[in-house]
Design a protein around this ligand. Sequence first.
Ligand SMILES: Nc1ncnc2c1ncn2[C@@H]1O[C@H](COP(=O)(O)OP(=O)(O)OP(=O)(O)O)[C@@H](O)[C@H]1O
Ligand SMILES: [Mg+2]
Length: 314
Amino acid sequence: MGVEITVDGLTKSFGKQLIWADVSLTVPAGEICVMLGPSGTGKSVFLKALIGLLKPDSGSIIIEGTDIASCSEKDLYEIRKLFGVLFQDGAMFGSMNLYDNVAFPLREHTKKSESEIRDIVMEKMDLVGLLGAEDKLPGEISGGMRKRAGLARALVLDPEIVLFDEPDSGLDPVRTAFLNQLIVDLNAQIDATFLIVTHDINTARTVPDNIGLLYHKHLAMFGPREMLLSSEEPVVRQFLNAQRVGPIGMSEEKDADELLAEKDMDLPPLPPIALQLEPSNGIPRRSQRPPGEWCRENGITPPPGSFTSDAALA
Ligand SMILES: Nc1ncnc2c1ncn2[C@@H]1O[C@H](COP(=O)(O)OP(=O)(O)OP(=O)(O)O)[C@@H](O)[C@H]1O
Ligand SMILES: [Mg+2]
């Protein structure tokens, strides 16, 4: 289950402003990918291109044999049914209670009876831990609950692909940790393909199977989590370790003087690679690789302390 997304040579600009060029990657079926990048590098634009809300200038996005970038409106309408999208703010209708918000896509896109709709809504509310909150209005609940309600709504049409745009923005570290666990549990349960845009380094280090980094109008790197976490590539290393030393500056790129000034600075050692989050007890294991396998296969010595439970706690 889950559907593969193959992006090839994708380029997008608005007028004269190039957002990114020649982005190529494959999001494997059923896996979790995280897309990182400084603010304004076009991560949200990338998600919108994937669901066909924005047309790229060139390149292709192949999902189940259909190219989203060039297909007809009718084909696009069909392909969109494969997607569940969690927008950054949850995008709830303020005047509808949570039940009606979550039921909305079912009433809009299916001919299901109200009793069938009730079963599905209650199942998804249960899945995200919101049973009992059906009658609340979005304005009456916390940001974390709104995110989970948005997630329940993204799941009602049983998507094969779930896109998350900064699911953790505005959440405290504890709620982010719960949400990350929920994402891993959901992936194990529904087996869909997940693509998460986030700024949260801890999420990037522990949740995905694959990580991508958009920077300077291109995809700087995309690959297995362990590859990115052990990368010596300056921009990847700087971003994943939240460091000031490196090519990224306050205005995206540092100028030549700034880079020269830090030329001889020693970088701190790479931190250990944390263990990937496992599904909670009672939920079937995901078919992920054993910790460290990618490093072994590729002859890379992971930083000291990697893959121990101590590192996972750090
Ligand atoms: N519909 C649009 N028309 C014109 N320009 C747009 C449009 N949508 C986005 N942009 C521009 O594209 C660039 C990338 O925007 P985007 O929202 O994808 O960034 P982002 O990487 O998601 O940033 P953040 O991390 O802050 O959310 C910005 O310069 C933005 O102004
Ligand atoms: Mg964005």
